[in-house]
Structures are given as structure tokens and as C-alpha cells.
Design a protein around this ligand. Structure first.
Ligand code: ATP
Ligand code: MG
Length: 280
């Protein structure tokens, strides 16, 4: 279920590029409330594929996001259908995708990254309590609403974007949980795997895991039950390894993830403190 938005209420601005099966534009939406015209800046996601499976899962994604509300979940205003065009109208998030942000930022502190990770874990905990699987957790789908001060302790604020269409699963290795390639079912545990991959991305400054490998190599990665290169920080590497277990039932609960992140936040600050002392 979602709100239908009239095409004539939308204004189109510049293109922001392409996603998987989508073209993305900045724009605005007007609506009448109490006899006054309100204008809201929006992001317009136009689905470019026309096979049925594709728009079905696109509508499902829009419907999922419209039904639930949480401070770390992106707001979806609704769907607009114009001729053969299907458009998802959503909140425009100022600083864009996290992977690009991390790639272009010179120094992002450990505490900033842990903050982002914890916000994502809170969003996942909310979804877990509602028994809803997202299905497409990755740094690209984390949008940065507030930058904070990446080199100090000023907190960022992220929003998890919609899962999009569930097509092209192979392209999503190593974010997609390995069992999904067999079952084609997205369960709660799948998001834990993707959370692990996303943590890896965040702490590798937005670098794509398995970068430069082709589809065959990526499939072999799963066939051989491989793991991503471990991070130097052993407690963090351990959390990632727990999430990215091939047996779904062994992956931690969101509560456990949050608890571990909290303890990393405490020890992370100690580490930062130790580095400060060394530099003095
Ligand atoms: P997928 O379903 O694979 O996530 P998509 O259609 O969501 O595909 P993305 O690749 O996730 O497309 O997004 C493309 C780019 O658009 C991102 O890099 C980001 O910079 C920008 N973008 C996406 N959503 C928003 C938003 N709500 N606000 C601002 N920028 C956004
Ligand atoms: Mg996306």
C-alpha cells in the first residue's frame, strides 16, 4: 500500500545518475494543505526496466518503506505513474550515499564510523522487531542526512534507503547473503550478513569488497565459503565474521550486534585517546 502522487505535482531537476534498473533525479513535489501550497524537495527514482517482476518488487519496496517509520529509515512519499513510467518519490538526503562520501573524504574518524554502524544496527533492530527483512543493506543504500564533523566526535546521521528491485542478485555478491542465491527468499538473517559486509565497507573507507573480481570469481567466493580480508582491529573483525557466517542461524541478533558495537565504541574511544597521547 502506498500513496499515489499526481505526476503534475512533480517538478524535475537535474539527473543524479543511475542505480540498478533506475534513473535518479532531484526534483520537488507540491501539495495543498489547508489551502496553502507546500513545496518539498524530493528524489525521483524512475524504474527503467519494463518486465513485470521488476516493477512488482519496485512497488513492494515502496510499499515496505511507506508502511514503517523510524528516524533511520528513508521516508518514501509515494509512487507516481505516468504513461509507462513508474516513479518512486522519496525524501531527498543532502549528502548522498555513504560509499561515495567515504571515498571522497580524507579523514573519517573511528568514532564517526562506529556511530554510523550503530545507527544502521538500530534501524535493523527496529525491522527485526517488526519481523521485516530489508534485503539490500549496503553502504550505497545508506544516505547521509547530516555530515557531523567526520574528523571529530560531532555525530553524523544516516537513513537507510529502500531495497529497490530484487533483480540481479549475482551483482550483489558479497552483500547478498549466500543462501539467497539458492532459496531466492529474503529472511531476517540475510540482513545480518549484509550488515557485516557493510561494516567492512565502512571501515575500508567505502572500498567495494571483491572489487575487480568478475561474476564467476564472486560466485566462487561463496562456493568456497570464503571470507573478506580481516580488518586489523580484531574485535571489529570478529563482529564482521559473526555476521558473515555461512550458516544463517549462527549470525547474531541485532541486540547482540548493538551490544558489541557499544563495547567497540568504548574501546574505540580509548584507542583514539591513546593515539592523541602519542602525538603530544
Ligand atoms: P539499488 O536498488 O541498487 O540501491 P538505486 O536505484 O537505489 O539502486 P543507487 O545506486 O542506490 O540507486 O543510488 C544512486 C545514487 O543516487 C546514489 O549514489 C546517491 O548518491 C543518490 N541517491 C539515492 N537516493 C538518494 C536520496 N534519497 N537522496 C539523495 N541522493 C540519493
Ligand atoms: Mg539504492
Amino acid at each position: 500500500q502506498f500513496h499515489m502522487i499526481k505526476h503534475e505535482d512533480l517538478t524535475w531537476k537535474e539527473s543524479l545518475g543511475q542505480g540498478s534498473f533506475t534513473h535518479i533525479f532531484r526534483g520537488s513535489k507540491t501539495d495543498q494543505r489547508d489551502g496553502v501550497t507546500h513545496t518539498t524537495e524530493v528524489l525521483l527514482k524512475v524504474l527503467d526496466a519494463n518486465h513485470k517482476n521488476c516493477w512488482e518488487s519496485f512497488f513492494e519496496a515502496a510499499s515496505l518503506m511507506s508502511q514503517i517509520s523510524h528516524k533511520h529509515l528513508l521516508l518514501v512519499y509515494g509512487i507516481s505513474v505516468h504513461k509507462s513510467k513508474n516513479i518512486m518519490v522519496q525524501e531527498f538526503v543532502k549528502h548522498g550515499a555513504l560509499d561515495l562520501y567515504l571515498k571522497k573524504s580524507m579523514s573519517v574518524s573511528v568514532s564517526w564510523k562506529l556511530d554510523v554502524a550503530k545507527q544502521l544496527a538500530c534501524a535493523l533492530n527496529f525491522l527485526e522487531e517488526k519481523n521485516i527483512a530489508h534485503g539490500n543493506i549496503c553502504a550505497k543504500n545508506l544516505l547521509l542526512a547530516r555530515e557531523g564533523d567526520p574528523s571529530s566526535d560531532n555525530s553524523p546521521f544516516i537513513k537507510l534507503s529502500d531495497p529497490g528491485t530484487s533483480m540481479a542478485l549475482l551483482d550483489r555478491i558479497p552483500w547478498v547473503a549466500p543462501e539467497v542465491l539458492d532459496t531466492l527468499e529474503i529472511e531476517l538473517e540475510c540482513d545480518k550478513w549484509s550488515f557485516g559486509t557493510t561494516l567492512w565497507e565502512i571501515f575500508n573507507n567505502g572500498e567495494a569488497p571483491l572489487q575487480g573480481q568478475d561474476l564467476i570469481q564472486k560466485q566462487q567466493f561463496y562456493e568456497h565459503f570464503s571470507n573478506l580480508p580481516a580488518l586489523e582491529w580484531t574485535e571489529l573483525a570478529d563482529l564482521i565474521a559473526q555476521c558473515m557466517q555461512y550458516q544463517p542461524e549462527l549470525r547474531p541478533s541485532c541486540r547482540s550486534i548493538i551490544r558489541q558495537l557499544n563495547s567497540l565504541i568504548t574501546s574505540g574511544n580509548t584507542q583514539v585517546f591513546a593515539i592523541c597521547l602519542q602525538q603530544q
